[in-house]
Design a protein. Structure first.
Length: 405
C-alpha cells in the first residue's frame, strides 16, 4: 500500500474512531508513570525496568502509555525502542515540545510500532506567565507555533495530542482558541493539564464545561485531563472531570510525579469501580492487577509506599483494633470498602497489639495449631498488652506466652 493511500485511509478512519470512543462513554486511562512519574526526584528507571512496567500496565488494561521524552534522553529512546513490538495493546506516545526536532526524535524512537499504536503528545505554555517569562512570545506567535508543529506531527503520526501547558492559569477564551487551532491542524486529542495543581473539583468542572461549550470542533478530538496533586486534590479533580465528560484521564501508579505527584491511577480506577451509579462510566482496567502494580512500581523506582496509601499500602487490609478484628472475622465486609481480592491482594491481616481483642488472639492461635482455652487466650492477650512500645508480636512470641507458666 502506498504512503498516500495509507494516509488517505487514516484520515477516513480517525474521525470514526474518535466518534466511537466518545459515544461509548468509556473512560480511557493514559498512564504517565514512565515519563511524569519518573521525573520525581529519585525515581529514575532503567530502560529494562520501564519495559517491565509497561508490560504490567498493558496487562492491567491501560489504553495508552506516555513512554518517555525522546528528545531529552538516549535512555528514553532506548526504552521506547525496546517496547516496540513487545507492548502491543496500548498506544505508545512520546512527549514533545512544539519543536520539529522533538517530533523527529519521537518518530525514530517509535519506529516499527504500528501507526495506530504510536503517537506524540505536544505541549506548549499558554498562560500569561509562561508567555511572558518562559517563552517570551505573543498569543499570535504561540498559536502559529501550535498550528505549525501539530500539522508537522500529523504528517508523521496518526495519534497526535496537544496540551496547553499551565492551562489552569490560561485565559479561557485564549485556551479555547488554542484547542480549536490544534484540532484544525490535526490533533486527535486535546489535553487539559493543571500543571501546578491549583484547582479544586468545582473549578475543574467549570473548565471542562467551558472547553466543551466553546471549542467548536471539540467533537473531532478526545478531551483528556492531567492533574497534579499539590493541594491533594488530583484524584478528586480527575473524578469531577470524568463526571463532566472527559474522555481520557492521565494518571501515574502510586500517584508519583513532579512535586506532590499526579492523580493516582489505582485510586481513580477504584472510585469509578465502586461508584458506577454516580459516574455511569465504564473502563477496561483489570482491578486485580492494581496492588501488584503498585508494589512493582514502588520497588523499581525506590519510592516507598506509605503504609496508609490507598489501594497499595500495607495497612489497607490490616487492623489492630479489637472491635474491627471481631467484625472482620465474622464478615470481612463489615470494615472493608472492598475485598482484598478485588485489587489482587491475598487477604486481611489481623495485627496483634495493645488494641487487639480475644477473637483475634484466639484466631491466630488456631492458625498456628493451638486450641487455646479462654483462660489461655486471656493470658496471651494480657501479655501482649503489657509489651513495651515497638515490640513485635509474632508467632514465636505467642508460643512463649502460652508456655511462660
Amino acid at each position: 500500500m502506498s504512503n498516500f493511500v495509507q494516509k488517505w485511509l487514516e484520515r477516513l478512519v480517525k474521525p470514526l474512531v474518535i466518534s466511537h470512543h466518545k459515544r461509548s462513554g468509556a473512560v480511557l486511562f493514559s498512564d504517565t508513570t514512565l515519563r511524569d512519574g519518573e521525573q520525581m526526584p529519585g525515581a529514575t528507571l532503567e530502560p529494562e525496568e520501564k519495559v517491565q512496567i509497561a508490560l504490567a500496565l498493558e496487562a492491567a488494561g491501560i489504553h495508552s502509555i506516555d513512554a518517555g521524552f525522546a528528545a531529552s534522553s538516549e535512555n528514553d529512546i532506548k526504552a521506547m525502542q525496546m517496547m516496540v513490538g513487545k507492548v502491543k495493546g496500548p498506544v505508545l506516545t512520546s512527549l514533545c515540545r512544539t519543536l520539529r526536532g522533538d517530533i523527529d526524535a519521537a518518530d525514530r524512537a517509535l519506529d516499527g510500532q504500528p501507526n495506530h499504536k504510536r503517537g506524540v503528545s505536544l505541549f506548549c505554555g499558554t498562560s500569561p506567565l509562561h508567555r511572558r517569562d518562559k517563552l517570551q512570545k505573543s498569543k499570535e506567535e504561540i498559536l502559529d507555533l501550535i498550528v505549525e508543529t501539530v500539522g508537522y506531527a500529523a504528517d508523521k503520526f496518526t495519534v497526535v495530542a496537544f496540551s496547553p501547558e499551565d492551562a489552569s492559569r490560561t485565559e479561557v477564551d485564549y485556551l479555547c482558541e488554542c484547542y480549536t487551532k490544534a484540532i484544525e491542524a490535526g490533533a486527535t486529542t486535546v489535553g487539559f493539564p493543571d500543571t501546578v495543581g491549583i484547582l479544586t473539583p468545582e473549578k475543574a468542572r467549570v473548565f471542562i464545561r467551558q472547553i466543551q461549550d466553546n471549542v467548536p470542533n471539540i467533537d473531532k478530538a478526545l478531551l483528556a485531563v492531567h492533574y497534579h496533586n499539590d493541594l491533594g486534590l488530583a484524584v478528586a479533580n480527575t473524578l469531577a472531570s470524568i463526571e463532566e465528560g472527559a474522555n481520557v484521564v492521565q494518571c501515574t501508579v502510586n500517584g508519583i510525579g513532579e512535586r506532590s505527584g499526579n492523580a493516582s491511577l489505582e485510586e481513580v480506577v477504584m472510585a469509578l469501580t465502586l461508584h458506577q451509579d454516580q459516574f455511569n462510566r465504564t473502563h477496561k482496567i483489570d482491578t486485580t492487577k492494581l496492588a501488584p502494580l503498585c508494589r512493582m512500581v514502588a520497588e523499581l523506582t525506590g519510592i516507598r509506599l506509605s503504609p496508609q496509601k490507598p489501594i497499595g499500602g500495607s495497612n489497607i487490609f490490616a487492623t489492630e483494633a479489637g472491635i474491627h478484628q471481631d467484625g472482620l472475622l465474622k464478615n470481612p465486609d463489615t470494615y472493608l470498602p472492598f475485598r482484598p481480592e478485588t485489587v489482587g491482594e491475598s487477604g486481611i491481616k489481623l495485627v496483634l497489639g495493645r488494641h487487639s481483642g480475644k477473637r483475634a488472639v484466639e484466631h491466630r492461635l488456631k492458625e498456628i495449631g493451638f486450641a487455646a482455652t479462654d483462660e489461655e487466650v486471656a493470658t496471651v492477650l494480657n501479655g501482649i498488652k503489657e509489651l513495651p512500645k515497638g515490640e513485635v508480636v509474632d508467632d514465636e512470641r505467642l508460643k512463649a506466652f502460652l508456655t511462660a507458666e
